[in-house]
Design a protein around this ligand. Sequence first.
Ligand code: IMP
Ligand code: MG
Length: 173
Amino acid sequence: MEDKIKKILISKEKIADRIHELGKDITKEYKDKNLYVLSLLRGSFIFAADIVREIDLPTKIGFMTTSSYGHSEVSSGCVKVVNDIQDDIKGCDVLIVDDIIDTGITMDFVIGHIKALGATSVKCCVLLDKPERRKLELKPDFCCFEIPDVFVAGYGLNYGDYYRNIPYVFNWE
Ligand code: IMP
Ligand code: MG
């Protein structure tokens, strides 16, 4: 991919504007609730850091690592917990934050896992949604952008473990 040209799909300014709006929606939704933001590593680390700073409420923040893709562009369809959530989330209103919902397999798995741990409510928030690729019926509760069926990287999303630090979302021409 290194020799190909990067095409910006979503600029850093557009991302920042949309996150600002979404933060307001989340703040409204979780007012008077017991918010716990669960960031899925590694893909959501940048998005989660930005969105939590736009949520004007007291919140706990935790992390969990799952894996399914490895180094491939195609999902293996099998989700593993690499590092589980560290806190007791009984009684919490958990908002799962991820970079992207693609097939939906990861998010569906994590929602089930968090419900089983006794959360009061479980919703999800993603930077990107690729609805064309869905294998399970699942709609994100909060989403910044819908994108077509193209493999993207940047702003936390990786390709072969690289490009997470690129400040915008791009694909290759
Ligand atoms: P799903 O289980 O198929 O919904 O995939 C979710 C995970 O796959 C995301 O958390 C990403 O880490 C990864 N993923 C899916 N599509 C892309 C992409 O276009 N670029 C980079 N990572 C992706
Ligand atoms: Mg991921």
